[in-house]
Design a protein around this ligand. Structure first.
Ligand code: GLV
Ligand code: GLV
Length: 324
């Protein structure tokens, strides 16, 4: 049987590769780093399909080169790395990996929330430094979580899962989104408010919007200024939703109490001054990095790609119009 030529732009969990292997001649990026632009353009040129990552830009230039590609399967739920209208215009299907990372990402947002509010990372550093002098009544006082107000910006799957977890902490939930989410309101008693009201009333603001032109720098210095000085900001969505340089200034100026970040505006770089701030907890874009989640993402991406190669509708197709 003739096999499809497939590019996998970086090693993913074996389960995904095993699904592809019987049907595909796989070219796997041998390096444990993203492919360079030149490598990606060259390797995609003769392929029938590409399993790509959020670090790969899928745009008109690549589509001009990779003319045989029948589909791109993104190993991520976010797909701001792909030019969807351009691919749709060329009738090239694209897919992502929703659902399998919803819980892991919401769990990580909570991990950041706890870590920054209860000063876990700062405290850990003190214990390791050997300088702790013993219990003290004023040491490492942080934000209250139980009974506080949680503001969800973007009530999709992950924002909804974030909110659901707050029930165990007796929190009041506010949310803002382009649309109402009846299930969220019903399950958590969440109240739909506008962005400014959410900033004004929340003790914790957790960001779950996709990166779109209208969400880029949604959080500006001005927005941080509308938050409570005692509030914490958590971002597990996409870095450019925050003006990261402005966040550093806002944290220094005391406009908010702290931030827990998993994503950055110019990954792998982080804004100047961020690393020196004790009230920022920083993780390296690992919100979906659990065994089950990453296995699920690998299986989904491979399943989507096989469907595209067969000319069938991919289960997680982002632009089903191409099949019309
Ligand atoms: C990770 O950031 C993803 O979008 O899956
Ligand atoms: C992402 O998948 C979301 O809907 O939050």
């Amino acid at each position: 049987m003739a096999k499809w030529n497939v590019l996998v732009t970086r090693r993913i969990p074996e389960e995904g590769l095993e699904l592809l292997a019987p049907h595909c001649a796989l070219e796997l990026n041998p390096q444990d780093r993203p492919m360079t632009r030149a490598e990606l353009l060259a390797s995609a040129a003769d392929k029938d399909g590409v399993l790509c990552l959020l670090t790969d830009r899928i745009d008109a230039e690549l589509l001009d080169t990779a003319t045989k590609v029948k589909g791109f399967a993104n190993y991520a739920v976010g797909f701001d790395n792909m030019d969807v209208p351009e691919a749709t215009r060329r009738r090239i299907p694209l897919s992502n990996t929703p659902d399998v990372l919803t819980d892991a990402t919401a769990d990580m947002a909570w991990a950041l929330l706890f870590a920054v509010a209860r000063r876990v990372v700062e405290s850990d550093a003190v214990m390791r430094s050997g300088t702790w002098q013993g219990w003290g009544p004023l040491q490492f006082i942080g934000g209250d979580i139980t009974g506080a107000t949680l503001g969800i910006v973007g009530a999709g799957r992950i924002g909804t899962a974030m909110a659901a977890r707050s029930k165990g902490f007796g929190m009041r939930v506010l949310y803002t989104d382009a649309r109402r989410n009846d299930a969220l309101e019903h399950d958590t008693g969440a109240r739909f408010v506008d962005f400014d009201e959410l900033l004004r009333l929340s003790d914790y603001v957790s960001v779950h919007v996709p990166l779109l032109p209208e969400t880029r720098h949604l959080f500006s210095y001005e927005a941080f200024g509308k938050m409570k000085k005692s509030a914490y900001l958590i971002n597990t969505s996409r870095g450019p939703v925050l003006d990261e340089a402005a966040l550093v200034v806002a944290l220094k100026d005391g406009l908010l109490a702290g931030a827990g970040l998993d994503v950055y505006e110019r990954e792998p770089a982080i804004a100047e001054g961020l690393a020196a701030l004790p009230n920022a907890v920083l993780t390296p874009h690992t919100a979906s990095a659990t065994f089950a989640s990453r296995r699920g993402m690998a299986l989904k991406a491979a399943t989507n790609l096989l469907a595209m190669l067969r000319g069938e509708r991919a289960p997680d197709c982002l632009n089903p119009e191409v099949y019309g």
